[in-house]
Ligand binder design. Sequence first.
Ligand code: GDP
Length: 363
Amino acid sequence: MLQAGIVGLPNVGKSTLFNALVANAKAEAANFPFCTIEPNVGVVAVPDERLEVLAKLSHSEKIVPTRMEFVDIAGLVKGASQGEGLGNQFLANIREVDAIVHVVRCFDDDDIIHVSGSVDPARDIEVINLELALADLSQAEKRLERARKQVKGKKEGQEEIPALEAIVAALNEGIGARHVELTEEQEELIKSLGLLTRKPIIYAANVSEDDLAKGNEWVEEVKKIAAKDNAKVVIVSAQVESELVEIPEEEKTDYLEALGVKEGGLKSLIKATYELLGLRTYLTTGPQETRAWTIQAGMKAPQAAGVIHTDFERGFIRAETVSYDDLVTYKTMNAAKEKGLVRSEGKEYVVQEGDVLLFRFNV
Ligand code: GDP
């Protein structure tokens, strides 16, 4: 399963957010830097309103959402790339994730110690991004040196050198590796480096409950910085989300309404992270269950079938396909079929977001 790693300075609300993400996760939030040292992995259901709608149409007994994983990576501090505060260990943990959720403190609270003494998103982001860049620089330089020795006089692998040179040059100028254009071959050659500044990133601006509806100046600062990386910003309130976990279901709507919002930001964050990972959802529906399945963007029908069961992939014949919108408009598969909206797709069909599929296969 693809994983998103939650990073940020200490005391910005990472653990609070993570605990809310996986309500039963064990990471403890406490007003103390370094309170979470081991990386924590949580499996989270991906919210999808379409499931309820389809389940009603099919009179499904149950709904099964698809899932993704978040890892709480605590303890990134200034100097981490030099080994400060268990830095190297944290950086290694980030190297293994597929995308980064960078939590930025955009709330003021005198009771919560700020590691640098004041709330300042621009400085905080710079501290973290600099550590990530320095860690990448040292990795890339080492690899470049090795590559130069290894490929001397050989044809193969030559492409790696200009790629690494471009990356080192960019990092030296304070530009993230994600801004370096590489060929597919080069991409493949440097993949195992797990460059931190080449991973897709999203910023989670953690605000107080009063700022959830409209954001604040700090959020605007985060947006400006994120725009330079073409990265998305999601406003979230870890505090609100952690309170939502505690209060009874029937009181939740009132609580959120009083704050002028529909949710605390967590759902949006999960959805945005799912997209950031390049993931897509197709749906299956019937009397037994309505279910969401995760595929990589661009996956073809047999591989998509293989997500359900390897037999489905091996014996794949065709996929009866209708878009979610068409099915909802005409209510039943038969009615959609009469309108010519159910297609029978073969092995080369690229499954689209929101396709409702029924696989035909040989056993
Ligand atoms: P981490 O070190 O980034 O994992 O931060 P924690 O999640 O442990 O949070 C540090 C402290 O800040 C805890 O006491 C949280 O309750 C508090 N905190 C987290 N998010 C918010 C928020 O949105 N508003 C306020 N006022 N406090 C928060």
